[in-house]
Design a protein around this ligand. Structure first.
Ligand SMILES: Nc1ncnc2c1ncn2[C@@H]1O[C@H](COP(=O)(O)OP(=O)(O)OP(=O)(O)O)[C@@H](O)[C@H]1O
Length: 253
């Protein structure tokens, strides 16, 4: 649903932000679901944010709207100074390609390509050269050296997830959205990934936004947003696993 209004761009420097963002699925039907209910949030450039909340609370929907993969029903989603809610699809696609990396819950790997081909695909599509050093550092951080010639069907779930993460990072996106990136990983690989994501934000200035159910994973972030029924009900600075577990205890989630 689109309706014309004149939105003001965010005044403070932000990597991305939402302003009164609402997303309703099945508008007008008897199965209408308000997935996001008037969410306003600003994400600082170079920060690492965890999004937590019970199943169905709107976490994936919020990331999809912020990343320009889905359109809000009302309100605005900004990527820097660009209003994704108002721009034509073509421009949103270009902004996404130039600025955003996305790791999906389902890995979305192409089955006929090897791991290496999947990882460099976004660069191939953009007609850009592969930076061999950058490629090597990502592959090493994610321990994928021995799996590069395998196809997705020959990889475990955790390996497929790491390939999807490598692909999202290859283009050095300004903003990386990751939906449960540690979900299919053992704890050692999960920890290595979280440390890597933290380095991406601290050393490369990349903005990382990660959905997670794991309070220990959230503790790697600078900030944790807690969603409940499509609203942000808590915004925790420098979260610890204990703080996030206490928050969930209060929510009864
Ligand atoms: N395409 C869709 N059509 C209709 N309803 C949807 C659609 N996608 C999500 N929903 C509903 O919107 C609400 C929020 O879903 P969302 O996937 O954002 O939650 P989530 O917090 O990411 O959940 P989970 O932790 O289970 O992945 C849920 O009630 C869900 O059933």
């Amino acid at each position: 649903m689109s309706h014309l209004h004149y939105a003001t761009p965010p005044t403070t420097a932000s990597a991305c932000s939402t302003d009164h963002l609402t997303k309703v699925y099945g508008v007008g039907s008897d199965r209408q679901v308000v997935a996001l209910d008037d969410v306003s949030v600003t994400i600082a450039p170079g920060s690492f944010t965890a999004i937590m909340g019970p199943s169905g609370s709107g976490k994936s929907t919020l990331m999809h709207c912020m990343a320009g993969l889905d359109r809000a029903t009302s309100g605005d989603a900004w990527m820097g100074q660009d209003n994704l809610s108002q721009l034509p699809e073509k421009q949103v696609t270009r902004i996404r390609r130039d600025k955003v990396g996305f790791v999906f819950q389902s890995f979305n790997l192409l089955p006929t390509l090897t791991a290496q081909q999947n990882i460099v695909l976004p660069l191939d599509l953009a007609g850009k050269k592969v930076d061999k050093e950058h490629f090597a550092s990502i592959i090493e951080s994610l321990s994928l050296q021995d799996r590069l010639t395998h196809r997705p069907s020959q990889l475990s779930g955790g390996q497929q997830q790491r390939v999807a993460i490598a692909r999202a990072l290859m283009t050095r996106p300004q903003v990386v959205f990751a939906d449960e990136p540690t979900g299919a990983l053992d704890s050692k690989t999960g920890t290595a990934l979280l440390e890597y994501l933290r380095r991406c934000s601290r050393e490369q200035g990349q903005t990382i936004i990660m959905v997670t159910h794991d309070p220990k994973a959230a503790a790697y972030a600078d900030r944790a947003l807690v969603l409940l029924d499509g609203r942000i009900v808590d915004d925790v600075a420098s979260p610890t696993a204990e703080m996030m577990m206490a928050t969930f205890g209060r929510l009864g989630a």
